[in-house]
Design a protein around this ligand. Structure first.
Ligand SMILES: NC(=O)C1=CN([C@@H]2O[C@H](COP(=O)(O)OP(=O)(O)OC[C@H]3O[C@@H](n4cnc5c(N)ncnc54)[C@H](O)[C@@H]3O)[C@@H](O)[C@H]2O)C=CC1
Ligand SMILES: O=C(O)C1=N[C@H](C(=O)O)C[C@H](O)C1
Length: 252
């Protein structure tokens, strides 16, 4: 008899949610006890007996959803974007009162993407210049992507710790937006194009050379091994974990 984990899914009718329903249903150790859409009450999570709540909703809903889960002693695995520093700080404060509860905020569940961001961060201190191009489907509501923000933060931390100066840039006149957005000192450019799913390039430049670290999600199936890994591990990681790399042994 395989021990079962009871899982509730928020955003079950969305692009990611529909894929996650299939992945959870196909997992022998997971039971989907609730699948909620936009107009469903969070109260039904309590009666469902869910141990773990997976949030794949929209940036404006995710904080309240996760708060509800934590306040009711449920672990949360969160793929939704929009977790800025203020939201993370409020969540950490809440978790301090719930010592056994774990929350994973995963900007990207694709293992290749997590690796690409980690490799890019490690490489970034060896290059003068670094910029990020993220490319997504045109139905995406937020820009830049959560993955690009996270990658820029990892890069910025590595470069700051190594004392690497800002990327050189002589721009003095600029049509607004032409140089992308500045995320912790790293320029991020967002492309929205029909036919795409989720893609990112980190461009690293030095005298006479360029290294490009690119990851492509061609299908949302790419995110599912990471979603399942998050569900299976979140209870063993109490407190807040940002990034699926927190559950992996990247050895970097
Ligand atoms: N971490 C990762 O690997 C990935 C993260 N994402 C992120 O996940 C989120 C969802 O992406 P998509 O599925 O493409 O969006 P989507 O718009 O297709 O789906 C979101 C769904 O959530 C529903 N919803 C909104 N508020 C809700 C609430 N309070 N309770 C329950 N359902 C609610 C909407 O009605 C919609 O059906 C976005 O923030 C996206 O950036 C997307 C792909 C991968
Ligand atoms: O909206 C999407 O599609 C995606 N959102 C996440 C992000 O903003 O990084 C993850 C992935 O890029 C797909």
């Amino acid at each position: 008899m395989i021990e079962q984990l009871s899982v509730a899914l928020l955003g079950a009718n969305g692009r990611m949610g529909a894929e996650a329903v299939k992945a959870i249903d196909a997992a022998a150790d997971l039971t989907l006890v609730a699948a909620l859409g936009r107009n469903d009450s969070l109260e039904s999570l309590v009666s469902s007996g869910a141990q773990i709540v997976v949030d794949l909703t929209v940036p404006e809903s995710t904080e309240a959803n996760v708060r509800f889960a934590v306040e009711h002693g449920m672990h949360a695995v969160v793929g939704t974007t929009g977790w800025d520093a203020g939201r993370l700080a409020r969540l950490e404060e809440l978790l301090a009162d719930r010592p056994g509860v774990g929350v994973l905020i995963a900007p990207n569940f694709a293992l290749g993407s997590v690796l690409a961001s980690a490799f890019a961060a490690k490489a970034s201190k060896y290059f003068e210049s670094v910029e990020i191009i993220e490319l997504h489907h045109p139905d995406k509501v937020d820009a830049p992507s959560g993955t690009a923000v996270r990658t820029a933060q990892l890069i910025s931390a590595e470069r700051t710790a190594a004392g690497v100066p800002s990327s050189p840039d002589a721009t003095t006149t600029e049509l607004e937006g032409a140089r992308g957005s500045d995320v912790e000192g790293v320029r991020v450019h967002s492309v929205r194009l029909s036919g795409l799913v989720a893609h990112q390039e980190v461009l690293l430049g030095g005298p006479g050379e360029q290294l490009t670290i690119r990851h492509d999600s061609f299908d949302r199936a790419s995110f599912m091994p990471g979603v399942l890994l998050g569900i299976r591990n979140v209870a063993a990681h109490p407190g807040l974990t940002v990034g699926l790399d927190g559950y992996l042994d990247l050895g970097l």
